[in-house]
Ligand binder design. Sequence first.
Ligand SMILES: Cc1ncc(COP(=O)(O)O)c(C=O)c1O
Length: 354
Amino acid sequence: MAGRRRLSYFSGCDYFRLSSHPKVLQAVNEGMRRFGLNVAASRLTTGNHVLYDKLEERLCDFFNAEEALLLPSGYCGASVAAQSLAGQFSHALLDSRAHAALIDAAVFLECPVLRFQHGNVESLKQVVSRCGQHARVILLTDGMFSHDGSVAPLRLYRQALPKDAWLLVDDAHGAGVLGETGKGSLEHAGVSRYRTVQCVTLSKALGVYGGALLCSKSFRAGVIKNSRQFTGTTPIPLPLVNGAIESLGLLASDPAFLVRLRNNSNFVKESLIQAGLNLASTPGPIIRIVPRSTSAAKQVSAALLRAGVFPLITRYLDRHTTGYFRWVISSEHTRSQLEALCKVLGRHAALFET
Ligand SMILES: Cc1ncc(COP(=O)(O)O)c(C=O)c1O
């Protein structure tokens, strides 16, 4: 809402609008009624509950992972994983545009952190060669980057890395969205889970809250043994766990969610390209468009408002000081909402960077 007007919203990453799906809300309410709000203890003392085991099982089924470990937030996933791996590597290799969660996580690895250029395999190779012959490395990257929708070329990274390297993938945006069946950036890239930890959030595609690591049995056991962050914290509130179980069930049982998301994203991308906008080629529902100047941004924003679209300008730790439009497409946007967005952006194509 802007004042008293209802506007179409293309921000936030509630890709399937599950945060307001009636069945998910009902599951959260039911969870509250049956289980209360909070277990008020670590899972390793008196805070475990069968519902946590159930959600972990469902996550394993959905993502085809050996094990899952729930965490209080998506943000802490990478840190928890890194804490359990501390001291095992000679170098950590970090994408230069990695999310803050990975930058913080790298500190827990207790080794030098080397950055490579965003998504750039050649740059990665150079950094790997600087690590020396006997290096033991771990690469940290987002699966899909939220600032522009680009994805990490995980298959090429695997080929460029030593055989015993680890991958720590923050897949907050890829999970549920990328890959043929929504398993995320590993499925999209066609890479195995060998020496790979996939960090997912329950707060985006699933529309709820919390995080999880998808990993091997032995890795999960290592986290429980070695991560103080895991052992010393209260797990996700049970009503939210109940909600996430419902969300996963909806996505798993109805592939139409993913089909609608892809159709909607493709419709917008194709319309904008036809109208003359220069879009980066990305597989997901995040579209970044950079206005030429602050006055161009204002002009487009005013036109969007007139057409009933919320015109959010994002400044995402980015070199673009004027900020940019980041459109996040959802499976539930209607065709007329998408058309309204494309019509205004297309009419103003000349005001965007080429
Ligand atoms: C790439 C990435 N990682 C981690 C997070 C944190 O996830 P959560 O909000 O579930 O803590 C976010 C959320 O904004 C994100 O975009």
